[in-house]
Design a protein around this ligand. Structure first.
Ligand code: RIB
Length: 288
C-alpha cells in the first residue's frame, strides 16, 4: 500500500553550541551545517528507509528544489511537491553536546501548499492506504477529511503542538502520535487523557524512556534502547515514519513500535536530520 504524507519540507540550519542559549544570550556556535529537514520530510524519508512506499504532498520555493530532488533520491515519490512563490520553509536548530536541541521554524512554502494539490494526490490513493500529516503545513483538516472519506487510515503527529489543530482532526484519526508534553497540553485543552481520547491507537513518546501505546487491549510501555545521544533532532520523526511504515507492511503494533524504537535509537547517535535517518538494514543489524 502507499503512505500519503502531507508534510513540511525544511532547510535545516544546524548550529552546534556549547549549551542551549538563554534569553538575551549571544552564543558562538562551533559549526553550522545545512541539510534536509522538516517533520514531514523526515517522516517521509524514514518511512521510505523502512522500505515503505511513500508519496509526499508539500511545497517548496525556488530555493528548495534541491530538497525535493534529495527526497526523490531517498526513495520518496515527489510528484506532489509543488513549487510555489514563497521561500522554502526553514529551521534554525541549536544542538548542545548532550544532544538536546532548540528549534525555530519559518513555515514559508509549507504554509502555501496549493489546495487542489491534496485532492490531485489523493485521487491516486486506494482504500487501506495510510494518510499521515503533522502540524507544519496548511490544509491538514481538509486533507484528513478527504483521506478519511476515501477509506485511508489516518495518522497525525501533533507537532508543533496546537490544541485547536489537533481537536479539529481528532475524531477522524486512527493513530495519534504525540510526546508527553503535547499529551498534557491536549489533556489541558480537552479534559481527555490519552486513554480516553476518541482515537483507536495513541502513542505517547517519552524520549529516553521509550514510549507508551494506548490501544484496544490496554496500555503498554516500550523502553528505549540504551544509547549515548549526540543529537536528538528528528528522532521522533524517525520513530513515527518507522511505525507507519511497519503498520503499512502489516506488522502488528508491538513489532512496528519495537522496530521504530531501534531506528530512533540509532538516529540519536547521528548528527543531522533527514540525511542520516537509518535504513532498515542498519536497524535490523544494530546491536544495542
Ligand atoms: O523534528 C525535527 C524537525 O523539526 C527539523 O527537521 C525541523 O525542520 C523541524 O521541522
Amino acid at each position: 500500500m502507499t503512505i500519503w504524507n502531507l508534510g513540511s519540507i525544511n532547510i535545516d540550519l544546524v548550529y552546534d553550541v556549547p549549551h542551549l542559549p538563554g534569553a538575551g544570550e549571544t552564543l558562538a556556535a562551533g559549526s553550522m551545517t545545512r541539510g534536509l529537514g522538516g517533520k514531514g520530510a523526515n517522516m517521509s524519508v524514514a518511512a521510505a528507509r523502512a522500505a515503505g512506499r511513500v508519496a509526499h504532498i508539500g511545497a517548496v520555493g525556488a530555493d528548495g528544489r534541491w530538497a525535493a530532488e534529495l527526497m526523490l533520491e531517498y526513495g520518496v515519490d515527489t510528484r506532489f511537491i509543488a513549487r510555489v512563490d514563497a521561500p522554502t520553509g526553514h529551521a534554525v536548530i541549536a544542538v548542545e553536546p548532550s544532544g538536546e536541541n532548540l528549534i525555530m521554524i519559518l513555515g514559508g512554502a509549507n504554509r502555501a501548499v496549493p489546495e487542489d494539490l491534496i485532492g490531485r494526490a489523493l485521487s491516486e490513493a486506494s482504500a487501506g492506504d495510510i494518510f499521515l500529516t503533522q502540524n507544519e503545513t496548511n490544509g491538514q483538516a481538509r486533507a484528513v477529511r478527504m483521506a478519511r472519506d476515501l477509506g485511508l487510515k489516518v495518522t497525525y503527529a501533533a507537532a508543533p503542538f496546537d490544541a485547536l489543530a489537533v481537536q479539529e482532526v481528532l475524531p477522524m484519526l486512527d493513530l495519534l502520535v504525540l510526546n508527553e508534553v503535547e499529551a498534557s497540553q491536549l489533556e489541558a485543552a480537552t479534559g481527555l487523557d490519552p486513554k480516553t481520547l476518541p482515537v483507536a491507537d495513541v502513542i505517547v513518546t517519552l524520549g529516553a524512556r521509550g514510549c507508551r501505546w494506548y490501544g484496544a487491549d490496554g496500555v503498554r510501555d516500550y523502553p528505549a534502547l540504551p544509547v549515548a545521544p549526540v543529537d536528538t533532532t528528528g528522532a521522533g520523526d524517525t520513530f513515527t515514519g518507522y511505525v507507519v511504515a511497519g503498520l503499512d507492511q502489516g506488522l502488528p503494533m508491538p513489532q512496528a513500535i519495537a522496530q521504530a524504537l531501534r531506528a530512533a535509537a540509532i538516529m540519536v547517535t547521528r548528527h543531522g536530520t533527514a540525511d542520516v535517518i537509518p535504513d532498515l538494514k542498519d536497524v535490523q543489524d544494530a546491536r544495542f
